[in-house]
Ligand binder design. Sequence first.
Ligand SMILES: *[C@@H]1O[C@H](CO)[C@@H](O)[C@H](O)[C@H]1NC(C)=O
Ligand SMILES: *[C@@H]1O[C@H](CO)[C@@H](O)[C@H](O)[C@H]1NC(C)=O
Ligand SMILES: *[C@@H]1O[C@H](CO)[C@@H](O)[C@H](O)[C@H]1NC(C)=O
Ligand SMILES: *[C@@H]1O[C@H](CO)[C@@H](O)[C@H](O)[C@H]1NC(C)=O
Ligand SMILES: *[C@@H]1O[C@H](CO)[C@@H](O)[C@H](O)[C@H]1NC(C)=O
Length: 547
Amino acid sequence: MKAFVALSMCLVLFSCNALLFNALDTITTDQSIRDGENLLSAGGTFELGFFSAGDPPKRYLGIWYKKITTRTIVWVANRVAPLADASGTLRVTTHGSLVLLDGNGSDIWLSNAPIPVRNPVAQLLDSGNLVVRDAEGSDPKNFLWQSFDYPTDTLVAGMKLGRNRRSGFNRHLTSWKSIDDPSPGNFTFQLDPNGYPQELLKQGSDIKFRTGPWNGLRWSGTPFLNPNPYYGYEFVLNEEEMYFRYELLNRSVTSRLILTTNGILQRFAWIDRTQGWMLYMASPTDQCDNYASCGAYGSCRVDTSPVCRCLKGFVPRFSQEWDMLEWSNGCVRRNPLDCEKDIFVKYSWLKLPDTRSSWFNESMNLRECKVVCMKNCSCIAYSSLDIRNGGSGCLLWFGELIDIRGYSNYGQDLYIRMAVSESALLPSHQKKHKLVMGLAVSFGSVFLILVLIICVLQCKKKKVKLPADPTQREQLDWSARFNIINGIARGLLYLHQDSRLRIIHRDIKASNVLLDFDMNPKISDFGLAKSLAGNETRANTNRVVGT
Ligand SMILES: *[C@@H]1O[C@H](CO)[C@@H](O)[C@H](O)[C@H]1NC(C)=O
Ligand SMILES: *[C@@H]1O[C@H](CO)[C@@H](O)[C@H](O)[C@H]1NC(C)=O
Ligand SMILES: *[C@@H]1O[C@H](CO)[C@@H](O)[C@H](O)[C@H]1NC(C)=O
Ligand SMILES: *[C@@H]1O[C@H](CO)[C@@H](O)[C@H](O)[C@H]1NC(C)=O
Ligand SMILES: *[C@@H]1O[C@H](CO)[C@@H](O)[C@H](O)[C@H]1NC(C)=O
């Protein structure tokens, strides 16, 4: 008989589990939850009630996993206003607010409802979300209030970490002060809306760790975020919202992301066999995850010693400090930029730099991206926004590039604006072409450009090593040799003195002198060449290069 009553009640309430556990998942305006009573979600996954923390112990209203033996709190209502004793009561007001009352009937915590509804109820969903809604409507769009909008230190599946772009409402994690004190600690983990969004872990206002921008598969700086059979990730960016969220793909798996009291993001999975939480990943992971550890234009790699290197084409700003492993002042360009003449050099296997001063366009391709960046002298670098399917979208950086790290078998391509004199950094097949283009801009001399192009395209086939090759040496009588030497000297004089952009070749040797069919010499391979400002007549080469 009792069982029959239970079963029919069960059918009426559509919450059989709750009834069998002798607990409800919903309260109405004329019910309440006193300290010692609980709400149990319909599937029996989460429980809401009062718990103790601190010394002397205080009482908090919170949500935890029901089935997990180690009490694991995922949400706290009154983290800034603890109850001194066990006299607390949770109610839903007729206006649709949740209110936590102390023994004297004063409200110590309140959830505001934006609009009154006729018949408000509070329900603990099986996702762990405590919601206030109209008894008639269970559409999430019409929730008056939900705990998922006010995360504490834990992100459970389905919760959004991010912002509403219209209202600016920011759902973020805030650490507990200590493991025994749920009040807000010093660390936050939140989506930064400046430039292209990225998640930042901050201590107060200092950035400690940056995930990097979302690249379609994962954050640029979280290589371990790989597709797996247990949970899926998504990043949503539309006119309304920008947020990160994960979903459990296998109901038998329990997983949570937590921001610890000492500022580490940790993902745990519950292991039934051991009845314990297994640490699945943590960020920051290593020295190179510490924000800007190698300064501007420095790249951090944990597998090199020292871990910081300047990107190619850059040198330490203060070399003595740098050598003493003080890297925070970073690196500066070896050769200054010159806007229209600049080139873009590809750097691979990177965590993309801080995007707070970036600009993006999701529909442009990489070629269009380069054109836009080239046109604006303050654009310092570009890359694809989404790395899937060969890459799409455009991300542009303005200002210094900071917080870059390098990986050995993972990472993204970044194209950095460099002086044309850094052409040596281009891959060799691009080098000559780029130099011709660079010179074309610089000399403005149609004649010389033609010679250089013809050289690159044709003379190469007939490369003559002047003194070395005995068979060809015979074709060269003394007057031909004199002509060649004279020609080389004239070429060098032109580069050194007469051309508008003065150039030191730095690699003059027989194999870099090409002969055309009339035995006229052409100087080739400007890969190591260095350009001088118009009025400079000498330059120091600090590094041994060329011949
Ligand atoms: C109730 O109010 C009295 C007097 O203000 C105070 O001493 C007492 O601590 C309060 N009790 C609770 C449970 O807050
Ligand atoms: C939080 O910051 C305050 C002030 O900067 C400091 O005194 C305190 O030790 C910090 N607490 C933790 C847990 O880092
Ligand atoms: C979910 O995970 C469990 C344990 O790993 C496994 O036995 C089960 O087959 C998985 N179910 C699905 C639908 O993948
Ligand atoms: C993005 O690029 C596309 C294609 O070039 C262009 O039509 C669109 O206006 C751009 N959007 C913005 C916001 O600049
Ligand atoms: C270059 O880009 C910056 C940042 O978007 C912008 O403020 C500036 O007006 C642009 N300059 C030109 C010449 O387009």
